[in-house]
Design a protein. Structure first.
Lengths: 70, 137
């Protein structure tokens, strides 16, 4: 099984120290879900991943990284 | 703790309390002792609904924004996983009840036993949701 990592925490701080709640409201998810995604405990749907990338104005692969067997 | 997790706790604990009293009184000679009584079950269901509504409204007052928000994709996934676990428990229990009910005289097969199976499956569903919310999955 692979692992999906992400740069959401860093990107939030680079975008005016955006809070998890603010990000959650922009992408129609709950704050708890954003927190779970950030911690790598929950892999978002492809649609949610695109919405997150769009908020930061970055391509999907700059926000999410897939690595095998860790 | 999120509003959804609180709802799952409310569901599980209220069922444990209200149905716990119902089954305890069926077995130990309380107000619902003996065979199945429709009125006794009706009282139990009304008590459960009232308790759950009061507790859920109270939880919603403390987190109005979360309570109004629709379930997101993670909430739905958690709900589906919990439903799968509860269904497996329900199907297994009903199969066992049918098996034991085939004996003469029947060992388990009566309305209260089936109600117990249903309540247990519902509590399994809530418990499974709570575990997943705790894990953050």
């Amino acid at each position: 099984m692979g692992v999906i990592r992400n740069e959401i925490r860093r990107l939030r701080f680079e975008h005016g120290e955006m809070t998890q709640q603010e990000l959650a409201e922009k992408i129609n998810l709950t704050r708890q879900t954003v927190n779970a995604i950030e911690q790598g405990k929950y892999s978002p749907s492809l649609e949610a991943a695109f919405r997150i990338s769009a908020v930061f104005g970055k391509p999907l692969e700059s926000v999410f990284h897939y690595s095998k067997d860790e | 703790m999120s509003f959804r997790e609180k709802s799952a706790w409310i569901s599980m604990l209220s069922m444990a309390g209200i149905y716990g009293f119902y089954f305890w009184s069926v077995i130990h000679g309380g107000p619902h002792a003996g065979r199945f009584h429709f009125a006794g079950l009706l009282e139990t269901i009304i008590a459960l609904v009232v308790l759950q509504v009061v507790l859920t409204v109270t939880a919603a007052i403390f987190a109005p924004k979360e309570a109004k928000a629709p379930r997101d994709e993670r909430d739905k996934l958690i709900e589906l996983r919990a439903m799968r676990v509860a269904y497996a428990g329900l199907a297994t229990s009903v199969a066992l009840a049918c098996f034991f009910g085939a004996f003469t005289p029947p060992i388990v097969f009566n309305t209260n036993a089936l109600l117990f199976i249903l309540v247990t499956a519902e509590m399994m569903r809530s418990a499974c949701q709570i575990v997943q919310y705790r894990r953050g999955a």
